[in-house]
Each structure stands twice: as C-alpha cells, then as structure tokens.
Unconditional design. Structure first.
Length: 500
C-alpha cells in the first residue's frame, strides 16, 4: 500500500468562508431569481411598449381617416395632400399613403412606398383595419391600414400610416440597457451589503475569537476571549472561556497528580533505601558491635597502665578514638535505618534549643566555634517526636560546627501562628547552589574522606519530614550556610489531626 500523506487537522477541516457561502447560497440564488424575474418582466414590458407604440400610429391613422375619407369622396386631390401633410409635425409618423380600392396610389407623404397590389384590394374588400411589419426603401417599418369610406359608407380607398421599426428597437434597447444597469447596480449593492453586514455582525467577531484562540495556542494560557457581539457570538466566546478554564483546571490537577506521584515515588525510593540501610546497619551492628566493644575495652584498660611508653600510649589512644568513631557510624546507621515508634506530646521549643546547645558544647569548645542562641519563641510549643526533633536539630548544629571551625554558629527559634522556625546559621564555606538538592541524600558529603559519613543531614531531613515539617538550605547572612527547620505548631498539628 502506498504512503498516504498526513494532513493536519486544519487542512482536513478547512472549508469555505461563511461570507463566500452566503454569496453562493443566498445572494447568488436571490440574484438569479431577480434576474429571471427581470427578464420575464422586461419581455412583458417590451410587448406592452410595442403595443403602445402601435396604438399611437393607430390613433394617428384613425384621426386622418375622417378628413381623408371626405376629401376622397369629394375627389379633391389638394385636400388629400393637405390632410396628409398634417402628419409632418407628428415625429412618430414615417410616411402616410392613400390608395384606391384597386391598389393604385392616389396621394402620399414621406418616402414612396412599395405596396403589395394584392394586399390593398384585400383590405379594401374586407374593410378591416390591420397592422403589420414590412420594409420601405430598405428600412423596416410598421404599417397600419385603415379603410376610407364615402358618404354612403362604401369603401372608397385605403389609408396606410407607417412608423420605422428602428424606433421600436431603439426604445426597447434603451429600456433593456437602463433596467439591466439598474439590476446590475442592485446586485452589486446587495453583494456589498451582505459582505459589509457579515463583517459587522459576524466576521470581525469570529476573527477576534480566532485571534484569541491563536494566542492560547501560542502559549498564552491565561488569555481569555473578550465577550462581545450578538448573543450567539457572546455565547460562543463564553463557551470558549469555559473550555479554557476547564483545560487549565485539568492541567493543574494533572500537574498536582504528577507532583504527588513524583513525591510518592521519591518517598518509595527513600523508603526502599532506608530498608536497605536498616538491613545493612543491623548486619553491621551485629557483626562489628561486639568486636569493636572488645577492642575499645582492651585499649582503654591498656591506657590505664602508667608505665607505657608515650608512643605506645599515643597509638592506643588513636585506636580508641577510631573505634569510637566506628561505633558512632554504626549508631548513625541504626538511627537512620530503624523505624521510630514515637509518642507525640507537647514540647517547648526553647527547651529543645537549650538541650541541643548543651549537647554540642564540648564539640564547639574543641573546634573553637562560638555558638550563640537567639530564641524568640519562648513558650511556643510543638507536638512532634521530642527525641527526634532534638536529634534532627543536634545533627544540623554539629554539621554547622564542623563546617566552620574557629568561626561562629547562631541557633535561632521563632514562632508563627501556624508553625515554628528553627534556623541554624554558620560562617563556613556554605553550600553551593548546584548541590543543594543533594545535600540531604544519604551518604552524600562534601567533607574530606574520613571526616563525614553523609548521614547527619539525611537523618535530620527524614526526622523532620516524619513530623510533617521541612528542612531548607540557603545562604546565611553570616556568609556560610543556613538551614531552616519548619515544623507545625501544636495548634496546627492538632487541627490537621482533627481534619484527618
């Protein structure tokens, strides 16, 4: 089978313009009816006109018949000529002729005729008035014959009055020209009125709607059609706007569903990761916990021997510190991987800040970091997992202290009507924008090898997320990193639980 070229929707559905359809199916039939009516009427008018022009000659002939009959009865040739010459002032008469009953020409006025010898005697014998078309001197004429009688009522001759046929034709031709011109003008005006009426009542409004739809098609999804014009166009514009609103709502719902699906997929992925890490942590804790405890205990007992050389004691302390670090890593793995079973109850935010500050005091002192507290949420309470909130904030503060050795860390707390903010600022190197989306991933760290596990921020983010809050990273006014913890206030948390 041969390939059939694909045609676009626009190509398939494009039809003639409405104004063209109006001209073809309304104006054209109407004009055709008018022209046919004009032709029929003109034919009738021509017949009536020709009949009227014939009647004018007949009236002239009847008016001349009486004096000519009297002159013919008296045998006065001069009177016949005078009577015929009376037609000279009648511009409709081409010629007038008097014949005897035998067909001989007795008197004439105008161009001499070419009589039919048989026709004149027949008219004289019958005595009827009649008219016919003929030819005189090469010109077509109309002749009207009237019998002339003597005093006794007997037919004494025949009068023929003629009129040129060209006058008939010229008059009728002029009539045709004038009526055709008038009808052509009417048709042009009709077409113009339909064209103008279509544009004013329909065309411009449809073009406006087409422009509106083109803007939407080009990406302006917020654009809506301007309502105007007569009822049908306004209804069409309103329907278009309703459709666009429906599409926008559907698009928003689809975007929300996609975001929810992506969030669910991300949570599923994180859950799978946590399950894997939990299994790994359990195995590591089981396999390494006891050996590490033995190594740590032996090193600690050996250090109690004061007789050990300084070098040996130093090596034992290094072994003890590294074992302690390994135990910390195992504990972080266990904290990150296990599912927490909590009993939420009211917790004062100021107490959380105090506990964390006390917990990190030794680390801050050992690294020369000044930790400053700024609590503007005294009395503000939240209803999360207290132990989890402490652990999350503790991890964030420790991370800040490690990032700014010899520098400064500020721990702030502030309360809003529906949430509580806990902010950790440092003056360390900060977090580049390019990796801010990754800093909460498990095992991702910017610290040198051996100085970080990549679990502290990930654990903090998971704990806060389980409380229904968020952790955001930004640039601190101190020049380093700012981590902002947002957790629902106690009132908001309880309202959410009631709504659920």
């Amino acid at each position: 089978m041969g390939h059939v070229p694909h045609r676009t929707l626009r190509q398939r559905r494009q039809g003639p313009r409405l104004r063209v359809v109006l001209l073809l199916y309304v104006v054209a039939p109407l004009a055709a009816v008018v022209w046919v009516g004009w032709f029929v009427t003109l034919t009738r008018v021509e017949e009536l006109t020709e009949r009227r022009m014939q009647e004018e000659i007949e009236l002239v002939a009847r008016a001349l018949s009486l004096p000519l009959s009297r002159a013919l009865d008296q045998g006065s040739a001069s009177q016949l000529r005078l009577s015929l010459q009376a037609t000279e002032g009648i511009n409709r008469v081409y010629g007038a002729y008097v014949y005897g009953v035998d067909g001989n020409l007795i008197a004439s006025f105008g161009i001499p005729p070419q009589p039919d010898d048989r026709q004149i005697p027949e008219i004289a014998a019958v005595g009827d008035r009649t008219g016919e078309y003929g030819e005189v001197a090469g010109r077509r004429i109309y002749s009207y014959f009237v019998p002339l009688t003597d005093a006794g009522g007997r037919i004494a001759g025949v009068l023929e009055v003629t009129r040129r046929r060209s006058e008939f034709d010229e008059y009728i031709a002029e009539l045709r020209t004038q009526t055709a011109a008038a009808l052509a003008g009417f048709t042009v005006i009709l077409v113009g009125l339909v064209w103008w009426g279509h544009h004013r009542t329909l065309g411009r409004h449809v073009e406006r709607l087409a422009t509106d739809m083109a803007r939407v098609r080009e990406g302006d999804r917020q654009h809506r059609a301007e309502l105007g014009g007569f009822h049908e166009i306004s209804t069409l514009g309103a329907s278009l706007n309703t459709m666009l609103d429906g599409i926008e709502r559907s698009q928003r719902q689809l975007d929300e569903q996609r975001e929810a699906h992506a969030a669910l997929k991300n949570r599923l992925h994180r859950t799978e990761t946590l399950v894997a890490i939990g299994g790994l942590a359990a195995g590591v804790a089981h396999e390494l916990g006891t050996p590490l405890s033995v190594v740590h205990g032996r090193a600690q007992r050996l250090l109690r021997d004061t007789s050990l050389p300084d070098g040996t004691a130093r090596h034992l302390r290094e072994i003890r510190d590294q074992v302690h670090r390994m135990e910390t890593i195992v504990r972080q793995l266990l904290d990150f991987g296990k599912q927490r079973s909590t009993d939420p109850h009211l917790t004062n935010v100021a107490d959380v800040i105090e506990r964390v500050a006390s917990s990190v005091a030794d680390l801050a002192a050992s690294t020369g970091v000044a930790v400053t507290l700024d609590v503007a949420a005294d009395g503000a309470r939240v209803l999360p997992d207290p132990e989890g909130l402490d652990l999350a904030v503790d991890n964030l503060v420790r991370n800040a202290i490690q990032a700014a050795p010899g520098g400064a860390v500020v721990l702030r707390a502030s309360a809003l009507p529906d949430a509580v903010h806990i902010i950790v600022d440092d003056n360390g190197p900060g977090v580049p924008v390019a990796i801010r989306a990754q800093v909460f991933d498990p095992f991702f760290t910017t610290k040198p090898a051996g100085q970080g596990t990549g679990l502290g921020l990930a654990l903090a983010q998971r704990l806060i997320s389980d409380m229904g809050g968020t952790v955001d990273v930004d640039t601190s006014p101190l020049g380093g990193a700012r981590f902002t913890v947002t957790v629902p206030s106690a009132r908001t948390h309880m309202a959410q639980q009631d709504h659920a």
